[in-house]
Design a protein around this ligand. Sequence first.
Ligand code: G3P
Length: 224
Amino acid sequence: MQFFIDTANLSDIGQAQQLGVLDGVTTNPTLMAKEGISGDEAVRKHYKAICDLVTDNVSAEVISTDYEGMVREGISLADIDPKIVVKLPMTMEGIKATRYFSKQGIRTNCTLVFTAGQALMAAKAGATYVSPFIGRLEDISTDGMNLIADIRKIFDNYQFPTKILAASVRHAMHIVQCAKLGADVTTSPLAAIVGLVKHPLTDSGLKQFLEDHRKVNEKAVVII
Ligand code: G3P
């Protein structure tokens, strides 16, 4: 299973990279705006900075909504660095653009996926990744994990090579649930990745181990 971080924040990306478990980054226009990145040159510079921090897989989303614009923008984004994956929305135009990039051998991430049918369509168009948004489904009282299970079943039935990139992941348990269901990738904020490590019994257990070690070693020093 691959771990991506869902942010455009260079410090968070750097911290996740230092853990040694990071496989990629996903961004979107909202996340870029959150970092105050605007204007074509600044956006390109920021994507390059992200690419320089990680080993591969940096999803950069197009803003255009028409096929020609998506193709033009996607080509330009892919030109920034070989690590770039062109992120395209799940629309009719987005599907056409996904097909175009698939034929060109340029990797794509089909985003804003909320149904198994949309995921099937993205796979048919040759998307490298499909991004079902589990947190946003749960926000409207819909089971996001059923969607992951349905997509896994469909992709396995026909051996689609498209990878399931579970997105809109909000916490560590989402990552665990996605892992149990066979999602290929999760993309989440740094806090959710760190949440996989944390447990209060680990902290109290370690504290006890270190105290016991210190006690016996203090005694040893007294005997000498
Ligand atoms: O990768 C998609 C993700 O950024 C959406 O997450 O938390 O805005 O629903 P969220």
